[in-house]
Design a protein around this ligand. Structure first.
Ligand SMILES: [Fe+2]
Length: 141
């Protein structure tokens, strides 16, 4: 779903550039490439599976979303400052989608991944140490 959304977002940027009489071109974003590579490395280096790996994946995804939010936020602010309302509206739509994606990732992390990770830690603790240490740590958190 986010891929389809990304295609629409590209089209909005192209529309915005047409409105600004700037010729669209494709250029690699080095910062984004770095974020993607970093996320891939962290996933590859992760020995844990299940919810811990999910946390690593979501953390990488959120760093990417935050970068997009920063970029589109700046674009919206500039367009508004220049009085380019249609451009600001186009970029605002994308900015809002990026924020929603970030919120969904936070929600799934808080509601599913972290509870699952803590439950797994509890089970591990129960099996090896009778749950004492693990349970105590959770109470402290
Ligand atoms: Fe995104």
């Amino acid at each position: 779903m986010h891929n389809e959304q990304t295609q629409v977002q590209i089209e909005r940027v192209e529309q915005a550039m047409v409105k600004l009489s700037v010729r669209p071109s494709r250029k690699i974003c080095e910062a984004m490439r770095g974020l993607v590579e970093e996320a891939q490395h962290e996933i590859e280096e992760q020995d844990a599976k299940g919810p811990i790996l999910d946390l690593v994946i979501v953390a990488g995804m959120q760093r990417i979303e935050h970068y997009e939010i920063a970029a589109y936020g700046t674009g919206v602010a500039l367009a508004k400052a220049l009085g380019e309302k249609e451009v600001a509206d186009l970029l605002s739509e994308t900015l809002e989608e990026e924020k929603q994606t970030d919120l969904k990732l936070t929600e799934v992390t808080q509601k599913a991944i972290i509870p699952e990770a803590l439950a797994g830690e509890q089970e591990e603790g129960d099996g090896r140490r009778g749950g004492g240490r693990s349970g105590g740590r959770r109470k402290a958190a």
